[in-house]
Write a protein that binds this ligand. Structure first.
Ligand code: FCA
Length: 314
């Protein structure tokens, strides 16, 4: 009997959790979609759970263990929950990989023992800034008369890196630092970005032109909608987001262009498919994925959207 036990375990079907902080966001829907593709290709069961807060997150991990999953991929609702995630995974003997948002330990340091795949936030932010500069130049705007609205979610390191990369590029080209307006959002969705941007526009009526940046497409879309509400439209506002999922595509397919000028397209396929496939490999061959994988992005506008997405296999 004793010798049979390991054999029986090896034959256990592989079950992998994919836990995301904002299941309603198109980016996470896409990640799930590509993770499902990996599940189909490799032959494992994927368990998708939305974890909008710490309590739901802990319950989801317990639930996975009860279902005899062997591991999970996670984008946590708060990176400060890192130690709790690591402890729960260890207690249940579950492998864990983080995606998008790298988990932090109690001292605020990235947890190196949890393999992570995220975007190269600062670089991608710079691409946003350079894209804005090109469009500013085309329009002949004077940088002294331009304000950069930074929809900010600085408690999330990748969020801060992305938006700082963007404003650093603008300042390196001559945008006065005093023209950078931070608009902190309470949550990383369109509604909260809208509210944050609205306040910033109201408080800063002196600027002639605006650009808007944020950690994702929803942040920039919120700024664009707030601008519209105040009569600041596409001739006076240029927004470039980060993501390239349905939120951006909806804007690009409107018959008349809005101030949502572009987005840096990142790959939900890499983040969804690869993380899930890496977890499968880890479980079945005991080969852990790279400790850190940072993915890149490409500027996407109305003009190149179809071609670019095709290139990435999206
Ligand atoms: C973070 C953001 C998401 C998405 C992802 C890649 O988790 O909140 O919107 O940009 O990184």
């Amino acid at each position: 009997m004793l010798t049979l036990a390991p054999l029986a375990r090896a034959a256990d079907p592989v079950k992998i959790g994919f836990l995301v902080k904002q299941a309603e966001e198109p980016w996470f829907q896409d990640e799930w979609k590509y993770a499902e593709q990996a599940a189909k290709d490799k032959g494992f069961t994927l368990v998708k759970i939305g974890i909008p807060n710490g309590e739901k997150m802990m319950a989801a991990i317990d639930n996975l263990a009860a279902q005899k999953a062997q591991g999970f991929v996670i984008c946590a609702p708060d990176v400060k929950l890192g130690a709790a995630v690591a402890r729960a995974a260890k207690r249940h003997d579950l492998k864990v990989i983080s995606v998008d948002d790298q988990l932090l330990d109690g001292a605020g340091k990235a947890i190196a023992s949890i393999p992570h795949m995220g975007i190269s936030g600062y670089e991608i932010g710079k691409q946003v800034g350079l894209g804005l500069l090109e469009e500013i130049k085309k329009r002949g705007w004077n940088l002294n008369e331009v304000a950069a609205l930074r929809v900010a979610f600085d408690q999330l390191p990748t969020g801060r890196e992305r938006t700082m990369g963007a404003v650093d590029a603008l300042m390196a080209a001559g945008l006065p630092p005093a023209n950078v307006i931070a608009a902190p959002q309470a949550k990383t969705d369109t509604e909260n970005a809208f509210n944050a941007a609205n306040i910033a526009f109201t408080k800063n009526p002196k600027f002639k032109h605006w650009v808007a940046v944020g950690l994702n497409d929803e942040a920039v879309l919120g700024a664009v909608r707030a601008g519209e509400g105040r009569g600041i439209r596409k001739d006076d506002l240029i927004g470039i987001g980060i993501g390239g999922s349905q939120t951006a595509l909806n804007e690009f397919t409107k018959p008349v262009a809005t101030a949502f000028f572009g987005t840096v397209l990142i790959s939900p396929k890499r983040h969804g498919y690869e993380t899930a496939a890496n977890m499968y490999q880890w479980i079945t061959t005991n080969q852990a994925p790279a400790a850190l994988t940072l993915t890149s992005g490409t500027l996407m506008t109305r003009q190149n959207q179809v071609e670019l997405r095709k290139q990435l296999g999206l």
